[in-house]
Structures are given as structure tokens and as C-alpha cells.
Design a protein. Structure first.
Ligand code: XMP
Length: 326
């Protein structure tokens, strides 16, 4: 069994100089581990997988094969950003898989939250497996495992343990971040030249917008979630809340309410806003968003997002509400 304990002598990486030193050491270690062989990585665009990708591109260039699966449940602009940053700017060997229809077809009519998670996780493995089989000569699998995942104190990743690749695809693992804490991963990501929106982004669940489009997912309500989330993020960024609030997003339930627009009755979906602060995601408090900003966001969402006629702000701390609604 490999050593999975962070060496006591390892300094906390909290500045650019220490980040550069870590990067140089890991580049050498990865080169020594994989030589001229190919490495496969599932690149979601989240902080951890993005930092692994940037590090491995530095070490082995095109011998890193990044697979980005667009499952249709990503935030607005995310798949495009992955392609822009990694393929266009970093010249990565990136396979982009448009699996939107595949995921949404599998999820059609499924309302139970854990069932939705299972379908998303299992389908993800299946798509990734298919891509892995198309690649020749892969011997290694890179993963964005970080130290809290090893300590199993990370509630975020513990959620989506859906099993792994089949036995004949059990590659040797490359896990250059496995002794790092999240703040250190960000310092390293910054030193590797990743954009701030990627390095400092808020946590985003594996099943993505799928657990924010409540009940059985429809394309119409999924767009309501995606568009309202984009407006919330834009307004939080403009008003200095983006780096301050731990997690903020929108939720769309599967019922409609009556409203009125230009003298006519409407029957449309509500959007729920959620903005919380926490240290470890086990408990959370609600951000005190200025009322005028909530009103402005409400105004924008009801005007700009088709199919929405009402906006609510969730005032529930954790406990007794969880952070997500499903
Ligand atoms: P809850 O809703 O349990 O969320 O208070 C705590 C943190 O975990 C995230 N979360 C998930 N992350 N897969 C993930 O990768 C999931 O299925 C999942 N469910 C919740 C949530 O966004 C919050 O940061």
C-alpha cells in the first residue's frame, strides 16, 4: 500500500515561491513515474482536475489526454471555458465529449434525488470508459485527489462514490495533489497560470445543476436553473460577493405559481436563491445579502429568464436545511 500520509516536513504552500518549488518537484516526479507513456484525465473544469491538468501538461505535454464530458448539467459557459483554457491557451490534448442528450434521456422522468445522482455518476463512468477504450497505449490515470479526500473528511467528494472503471481499465494512478489542502491547490493553480475564475471558484457538486433542477429534470427547467444561476453569479461578482460568499446558486422546483405580466395572467416556475457560508460544509449560515441587491436580482431573473415569474430567497441555515435542495 502506498504511503498516504502527508510528510510532516512538508511546508504549507502559501506563496508563489513555495508553489513553484512544489510544481518543479511534481513535474520531475510525474516524468519519472510515467516516462514517455500516456496518461488519461477526466477534466471537469473544477479546481482540482484543472490544476492536475495544468501540472501534467507542464510535465508531459500531449502525452496527457484530457477528457471533458459535457453532461448538460454544467453552469453556463463552463464547457466553453474548459475548451478555451486547455485546448486553445494551454495547447492540451483535449477530447471534448458532448453527452448532453445521453444524460438527459437517461434522467427523463426520474424524480428521486439519490436515483438521479446514481444515474449521473454511472453514466459518467460509462462515457469516460468508452473514451478510454478509444485511446491507444494509456497506462496511467491522473486524478485530482486532494488530502481531505484521503482523510475522508471532505463531505463534498464523499457524496459521489459511484464505483470506478472496470478491472481491465485499472490504470496506475497519478495523483500529484494528494497531500495538498484546498487552499494550497489554489496557490499552485494560480502559479500554473490558470485563470482566477477557475482557481477561486465556489464548490460545485458532481451531479451539477441536476440536483438544482428539482424532481424529474426537464430541458425547460434546466435552462431556468442555468440562466438564473448565471445572473446570480454575475451580480455577486459585480457587487464584491463572489470571493466572499462560500457557495451561492439557484434552484428551480417542479411546480408553477400564478403571476401577472403586462396585464396578463402567467403560470410559471419560481427560482429560489441560496447563498451560504461555512467552514466544512457540515453546518452553514445564510449570507446577509443586501435587500436592494436581492430586489435587483429578482428583477433581472423575472425579466430575463423565460418561464420564471417569481424569486424567493432561502433563509434556512444548515441544520436544519442542507446546502443543496436535493
Ligand atoms: P449538503 O447539501 O449536503 O452539501 O449540505 C454539502 C456540500 O456538498 C456538496 N454536494 C455534493 N457534492 N456530489 C458532490 O460532489 C454531490 O452529490 C453533492 N451533494 C452536495 C454541496 O454543493 C455542498 O458544497
Amino acid at each position: 500500500m502506498e504511503n498516504n500520509k502527508r510528510p510532516e516536513s512538508m511546508a504549507r504552500i502559501n506563496n508563489a515561491e513555495l508553489a513553484e518549488k512544489f510544481i518543479a518537484e511534481q513535474v520531475a516526479a510525474v516524468k519519472a513515474q510515467v516516462g514517455e507513456k500516456k496518461v488519461l484525465l477526466a477534466l471537469s473544469g473544477g479546481v482540482d482536475s484543472s490544476v492536475v491538468a495544468a501540472l501534467l501538461i507542464k510535465a508531459i505535454g500531449k502525452n496527457l489526454v484530457c477528457v471533458h464530458v459535457n453532461h448538460g448539467l454544467l453552469r453556463k459557459g463552463e464547457p466553453e471555458q474548459v475548451v478555451e483554457v486547455f485546448r486553445n491557451r494551454m495547447n492540451a490534448n483535449l477530447v471534448y465529449v458532448d453527452a448532453v442528450d445521453r444524460f438527459l434521456d437517461k434522467l427523463a422522468g426520474v424524480a428521486e434525488p439519490e436515483q438521479k445522482r446514481k444515474i449521473i455518476g454511472a453514466e459518467f463512468i460509462r462515457v469516460f470508459e468508452e473514451e478510454a477504450r478509444k485511446q491507444d497505449g494509456i497506462e496511467f490515470l491522473a486524478q485530482g485527489t486532494i488530502y481531505p479526500d484521503i482523510l475522508e473528511s471532505g463531505p463534498v467528494k464523499a457524496h459521489h462514490n459511484v464505483g470506478g472503471l472496470p478491472d481491465d481499465l485499472k490504470f496506475e494512478l497519478v495523483e500529484p495533489l494528494k497531500f495538498l489542502f484546498k487552499d494550497e491547490v489554489r496557490v499552485v493553480g494560480k502559479a500554473l497560470g490558470l485563470p482566477d475564475e477557475m482557481v477561486y471558484r465556489q464548490p460545485f457538486p458532481g451531479p451539477g445543476l441536476g440536483v438544482r433542477c428539482l424532481g424529474a429534470i426537464t430541458r425547460e427547467r434546466l435552462e431556468c436553473v442555468r440562466e438564473s444561476d448565471a445572473i446570480l453569479r454575475e451580480e455577486f461578482a459585480k457587487n464584491g460577493l463572489a470571493g466572499k460568499v462560500w457557495q451561492y446558486f439557484t434552484v428551480v422546483p417542479d411546480f408553477k405559481s400564478v403571476g401577472v405580466k403586462e396585464g396578463k395572467r402567467t403560470f410559471a416556475y419560481p427560482v429560489i436563491l441560496r447563498a451560504v457560508n461555512t467552514v466544512d460544509a457540515m453546518t452553514a449560515t445564510v449570507e446577509n445579502v443586501p435587500f436592494a441587491l436581492l430586489q435587483h436580482i429578482t428583477d433581472r431573473i423575472t425579466k430575463e429568464v423565460p418561464g420564471v415569474n417569481r424569486v424567493l430567497y432561502d433563509l434556512t441555515p444548515k441544520p436544519c436545511g442542507t446546502i443543496e435542495w436535493e
